[in-house]
Design a protein around this ligand. Structure first.
Ligand SMILES: NC(=O)C1=CN([C@@H]2O[C@H](COP(=O)(O)OP(=O)(O)OC[C@H]3O[C@@H](n4cnc5c(N)ncnc54)[C@H](OP(=O)(O)O)[C@@H]3O)[C@@H](O)[C@H]2O)C=CC1
Ligand SMILES: O=CCS(=O)(=O)O
Length: 251
């Protein structure tokens, strides 16, 4: 059975993707910082297929490299790497942001993603034709909005890094895709508002946002396409989300 490695499998898209891959019989390597959630997911899915959990902070390059080096033989032929771990913080304007929040987003969404990718590249290349690296970007990487500042910039990095990676992987058979969702109801906004449940509820109120399962479906779709197809970028919004006209400050 093919193996998927998912970063940030303790919540949202990552957890939904784990369940969706499991439904198709894939073996799983699941990572995240919250060990108890990883254990719960292993308990839920592990009776049906092989599940390896790796409690891990993607920001820790050494820990990431060691975890990959120490992968048991049965888990080394990875067919799909889902670089999903990430977060947004500080919805306020740039001029009011705590610098630490900018650093945390860069360290997680940029440095963490490249840490995992760098460690996993030899394994993905060894798997070769049909392997996929799926990076979770965001509409925020393309479409600016107030309070998007560093979060959107990290997702622009994710998109461009993926394209450049594709160039280097020419001839290996390894595919690279950026899946860029719009508004989706996960723990994302709770994290962004530092645990303010009322603010998170208010953000989604009156909308029909994407659900984690919608994105999981797209992840599995991309990973299971015929091996000669590479989707470069897949941008997905809920119908209730569109773009705004340019904003003019008038005198
Ligand atoms: N929800 C949305 O509207 C959208 C989200 N995205 C992106 O999708 C991805 C998943 O977010 P989503 O599922 O919505 O949010 P959740 O908050 O529900 O999930 C985020 C996941 O990332 C993990 N994570 C965060 N920081 C780290 C870290 N330092 N090391 C390891 N794992 C980490 C969390 O695990 P743990 O805390 O256990 O470490 C968790 O499993 C993110 O990259 C996000 O930017 C993109 C577009 C839209
Ligand atoms: O990445 C998150 C989606 S949005 O909130 O920026 O639309």
């Amino acid at each position: 059975m093919p193996i998927a490695m998912i970063t940030g499998a303790t919540s949202g898209f990552g957890r939904a993707a784990a369940r969706r891959f499991a439904a198709d019989g894939w073996s799983l390597i699941l990572t995240g910082r919250r060990t108890e959630r990883l254990e719960a997911l292993k308990k839920e899915l592990g009776s049906k297929m092989e599940v390896l959990i790796l409690p891990l902070d993607v920001r820790d390059a050494e820990a990431v490299a060691r975890a990959v080096e120490e992968l048991p033989d049965a888990f080394r032929e990875v067919t799909c790497l889902v670089n999903n771990a990430g977060l947004a913080l500080a919805p306020e304007p740039s001029q009011e942001v705590d610098l630490k929040d900018w650093h945390t987003m860069i360290d997680t969404n940029v440095t963490g993603l490249v840490n995992v990718t760098h460690a996993m590249l030899p394994l993905m290349i060894a798997t070769g034709r049909g392997a996929s690296i799926i990076n979770i970007g965001s509409v925020a990487g393309r479409w600016p909005y107030p309070g998007g500042h560093v979060y959107g910039a990290t997702k622009a990095f994710v998109e461009q890094f993926g394209y450049n990676l594709r160039c280097d992987l020419k001839g290996t058979g390894v595919r690279v895709t950026d899946i860029s969702p719009g508004m989706a109801e996960t723990e994302f906004t709770l994290v962004r508002t530092k645990g303010d449940q009322a603010a998170s509820d208010a953000f989604y109120r009156g909308t029909t946002p994407l659900q984690a399962e919608d994105i999981a479906e797209q992840i599995v779709y991309v990973a299971t396409l015929p091996v000669h197809i590479n989707i470069n970028r897949l941008e997905i919004m809920p119908v209730c989300q569109t773009w705004s006209p340019p904003h003019f400050e008038r005198e």
